[in-house]
Design a protein around this ligand. Structure first.
Ligand code: MG
Length: 417
């Protein structure tokens, strides 16, 4: 395995992304403690929800992300609750990615506010200049209220850990020659993949500090993890070049930027059906069921998006029926002449395909099993005889029309949307 002797990866994480985007877009919110909430509710009605993101001003009062609203109000009585604007976040993400791509190609998008890049010779020689250019460009072309932290190191995992060190708006460069010094002062919880349950398992094995983790053996970590990820983590913190760590998937989705002739609701609907068929097929291949379905439309002025729960399904019938339900809501919410520019569908809340129990409340087990058998048969025929010898409903090339958008995963805050 290769152990680079220079920095090779950059990790960029926006600081308090959702709240800072709101403050950039809405000047009246700047400098104030704000908490972003998932619904448009105020007063006591908001008590049953949680803060999905808060501004740095709110953080100084002790408000935290994913905090129940009454607790956040107890920390900060002046807290201003603002309903989230998913389409604003999505557009901000697209704009920011464009700006970063002008300075350095983005290698992977890790979530709505995190991404990584590979460094080339000039960047490696002058990393602070590169970080400064990215920050200056965002401040000038998007706005100074949206800041980011940047870490650079031999591999992606170390760059991500470094990225946290000087948050917010920081630049942290861990050259291999200076390692492991700065890493050893960090808490183990800074390492991606070491959450509270892994910390308990490590503690049971006598590992409670970063130096102890560093001094452990790869095989030992593999045993503690119960899989190869523990061993990979050992090599990553020791500065070896590794391909991306396999992460747990949280969604299967497809998006398309629609070409002008398809920018009406009925074509967008047809396109979404095909995109979702493809997403569902990939989900089954990955061995998952979905517990939620989302549909997003970017319209000329704003956006429309709704999600619905699914009873851990994998069959096309249940999934397409749920999509029809979301479209009925879209059709009643939106003017019939609305123009849709982007259509996105996503299956989320994934669970193991073999794990479904019949839903007693829905009493749908017999019907579900039948639909699942049909779906498996169709997948089997398509696998054997070509991609689309059997489809549910007509198949057209609409699914291939327009530009593709890849969301690597839905960010965790979106789990509340
Ligand atoms: Mg962030």
């Amino acid at each position: 395995m290769r152990r680079p002797d220079t920095i090779e990866k950059l990790y960029l994480d926006f600081d308090g992304f959702f709240a800072s985007v709101m403050q950039q877009a809405i000047p009246a919110l700047r400098g104030l403690p704000i908490g972003v909430i998932p619904f448009d509710v105020q007063g006591r009605q908001a008590d049953s929800t949680v803060i999905i993101a808060c501004s740095k001003e709110a953080k100084t009062f002790g408000v935290k992300n994913v905090m129940p609203v009454p607790d956040a109000r107890a920390c900060c009585p002046e807290l201003i609750l603002v309903p989230q604007q998913p389409d604003l976040f999505r557009r901000a993400n697209a704009t920011l990615l464009n700006e970063i791509n002008c300075e350095i190609p983005i290698e992977a998008i890790k979530s709505i506010d995190e991404m990584t890049c590979g460094l080339d010779g000039g960047d490696i020689a002058a990393p602070h200049d590169l970080a400064g250019r990215i920050k200056a460009r965002i401040a000038k072309n998007v706005g100074p209220y949206i800041t980011c932290s940047i870490g650079m190191a031999a591999n992606r995992l170390l760059a991500k850990i470094a990225c946290k060190v000087n948050k917010p708006n920081g630049i942290t460069i861990w050259k291999p020659a200076s390692m492991p010094g700065p890493l050893l002062t960090r808490p183990m919880s800074d390492v991606p993949g070491i959450g509270s349950s892994m910390q308990h398992r490590l503690a049971a094995a006598g590992i409670t500090t970063m130096p102890q983790l560093w001094d452990s053996q790869p095989k030992h970590l593999r045993a503690i993890w119960g899989n190869v990820n523990g061993e990979r983590m050992w090599y990553a913190i020791h500065g070896y070049a590794l391909h991306a760590m396999p992460t747990e998937r949280s969604m299967f989705g497809h998006s398309r930027v629609l070409p002008p002739e398809l920018r009406n609701l009925s074509k967008a609907r047809e396109c979404s059906r095909l995109l979702l068929t493809k997403a569902a097929r990939r989900m089954r291949r990955g061995g998952f069921r979905a517990n939620s379905l989302s549909l997003w439309l970017s319209l000329s002025e704003d956006g429309w998006g709704k999600s619905c729960d699914l009873p851990a399904v994998m069959d096309d019938m249940a999934i397409q029926r749920a999509l029809d339900g979301l479209w009925r809501r879209a059709m009643s919410d939106l003017p019939s002449k609305s123009k849709a520019y982007v259509v996105s569908t996503a299956l989320g809340g994934l669970s193991d395909i073999s794990m479904r129990q019949g839903d007693l409340l829905l009493d749908d087990d017999r019907e579900r099993r039948r639909s699942e058998r049909i779906t498996n048969t169709i997948d089997g025929l398509n696998a054997k005889f070509g991609k689309r010898v059997v489809t549910i409903g007509p198949w057209s090339d609409l699914a291939l029309a327009g530009g593709k958008i890849a969301y690597n995963r839905i960010p965790s805050a979106e789990d509340f949307w």
